[in-house]
Ligand binder design. Sequence first.
Ligand code: IMP
Length: 187
Amino acid sequence: MQIADVQDDIDRVLLTKEQIEKKIAEVAAQVDRDYADKNVLLLAVLKGAVNTLVAFSSQLHINAEIDFMSLSSYGDGAVSSGKVTIRQDMSVDVRGRHVLIVEDIVDSGLTLSWLMALLRERGAASVEAFALLNKPSRNKVHVEVKYPGYEIPDEFVVGFGLDYDERYRNLDSIAALKPKVYEGDHS
Ligand code: IMP
């Protein structure tokens, strides 16, 4: 039996595993310095930011608490609706906490700006963000990302937590898919 391989659907790798790890290590070193005297709370947005959170938190030397939130910002398809709803809320009270949001990608920026405003409203002492990827040409709102990762072109990407139709999250690189995948042809 031939084993299916997610690599077969990849058109082009935009960022290799090594490039991703390098950037995450750089950001972790910066965060170690910036939060040396703070009890940081890392908040990852499910599910896409999970890979980034794991890689990032394991590079940190400071003590970091971890929490999750599940948000839905897209209607159907790949176009942001701008309306964000909470699917699953975090379990920690953020009042007085120094929260660092860990995000996979900033596309329109609507999800992240909405989340930052929510956490401030809930009384967090500080709210900053690390986003592994950003698509500047797609940004609809300005979001202050203190720890930016890589800028990528306006292209739909998968891997390292990012999915297309719940698939390809387990790729260890960031990649663009072959057009046939979107056409529903998996042969
Ligand atoms: P925003 O609110 O438009 O910035 O959307 C951010 C969310 O959209 C991310 O957390 C991802 O879940 C999803 N997203 C945006 N662009 C991509 C992409 O290229 N591939 C996979 N998911 C994406």
